[in-house]
Design a binder for this molecule. Structure first.
Ligand SMILES: *Cc1c(COP(=O)(O)O)cnc(C)c1O
Length: 366
């Protein structure tokens, strides 16, 4: 779900001719990414930026440009598979880079990286574990440590951050996600992240970092294959503008708004939904529960929420299927044979159609 401001900007940009690739002052072909680079630089302190179709493309392009035929050192604890078959080892081999895995699943020390460096090493890569966690007897090498040896040996450090965020969610007691700014200030030479995970904008992949590296990446012939449309750029630009004011970002970017909504405000909406269902003869209970934000990308984070719990009086999986097949389709959770509607993700404007869909599923012939 995009912020309203992003949608309006898309409509505006795509309803007219645009000077996306035309330099008005020079009267000739200009650069596609100047506006988005400006928007990023206004927000955070970074030398340069590029945008491609998604973070998978961003990682691929960085590896292909900087490490084709050369070695990239990655911890064995970070060889992650993201849903939709993005697997670090596979992306690495299709990019032409050679994966040099170091350490063990649970522990990777700085000297594991150090000992693996040779004359064919092109990159030190750190990958955010995203959808899994390793707990217990563990050791992870920090970005700062990697940067310290990277600098010494003249090897760039790249961080694939997965869901990049510009707002420090830690101070809201939410997650331990490092912000993009933190990663850059720890000295990472390149950081890549998605536009449509925590950032809450259009599908895109950001590549931020040192100009000398990004200039090489921008010249990769594949850049054109991975380039984004002006509508995506419009959405991203408008979203980044909202981030200039943190309070405004939290209010206006639906992803953030939903993650940050106060449980009491969710409870109020839950009671309203429960009351409206009761009027239709459908009895429910409002219960405290946990939302799992991030669509799998924040596996250990549960945020207090309120759910409307319905006893479907039939096999719950059958009732859930009916809801999915309905108009509009409604996707629910099932817990202890109850159908749960997490009210965090139900907007005021959606309550009416939700009630209608539940009514239809509830009263349809079994
Ligand atoms: C999600 C993710 C990707 C892929 O990003 P997309 O924008 O979905 O292509 C790559 N790396 C990590 C660590 C991720 O979490």
């Amino acid at each position: 779900m995009l912020p309203k401001e992003a949608i309006e900007h898309i409509v505006d940009i795509s309803s007219h001719y645009s000077n996306l690739e035309y330099d008005l002052r020079e009267g000739k072909r200009g650069k596609r990414y100047v506006h988005i680079i400006d928007a990023v630089k206004r927000l955070i302190n970074v030398e340069s930026a590029l945008v491609v179709n998604n973070n998978a493309a961003a990682v691929f392009l960085c590896l292909n440009t900087l490490a084709k035929g050369k070695e990239v050192i990655v911890s064995r604890g970070e060889l992650v598979e993201i849903g939709g078959s993005f697997r670090i080892p596979d992306v690495m081999s299709s990019s032409g880079a050679i994966l040099r895995e170091v350490g063990t699943t649970n522990k990777t020390h700085l000297n594991d990286y150090e000992n693996a460096i040779n004359e064919n090493t092109a990159l030190l890569l750190k990958v955010h574990q995203s959808n899994f966690r390793i707990i217990g007897f563990t050791k992870e090498t920090s970005i700062e440590e990697l940067v310290s040896i990277g600098r010494k040996k003249g090897i760039p450090v790249m961080v694939d951050l997965g869901s990049g965020c510009f707002i420090d969610l830690k101070k809201y007691g939410l997650t331990n996600e490092p912000t993009v700014q933190e990663v850059l200030s720890e000295g990472a030479d390149i950081v890549t992240f998605s536009g449509d995970k925590l950032l809450g904008s259009a599908q895109a992949g950001f590549i931020l970092g040192k100009s000398y590296l990004l200039e090489k990446i921008a010249k990769n012939p594949l850049m054109r294959a991975f380039r984004v449309d002006k509508m995506t750029l419009a959405a991203l630009e408008a979203t980044l503008r909202l981030y200039l004011d943190e309070e405004e970002a939290i209010k206006k970017i639906p992803t953030l708004k939903m993650i940050m909504e106060h449980p009491e405000s969710i409870k109020k909406r839950a009671l309203k939904i429960s009351r409206l269902l009761k009027k239709e003869g459908i009895l429910t209970k409002v219960k405290e529960d946990l939302s799992m934000p991030g669509g799998g990308s924040l596996p250990e984070v549960g945020v207090k929420t309120y759910v409307v719990a319905l006893n479907p009086q039939v096999i719950p999986q059958d009732f859930a299927k009916k809801l999915r097949y309905g108009e509009p389709p409604v996707i629910v959770r099932i817990k202890d044979d109850l159908i749960l509607f997490d009210v965090r993700t139900i907007q005021d404007s959606e309550i009416h159609s939700l009630i209608k869909a539940v009514k239809e599923a509830f009263y349809s012939d079994h």
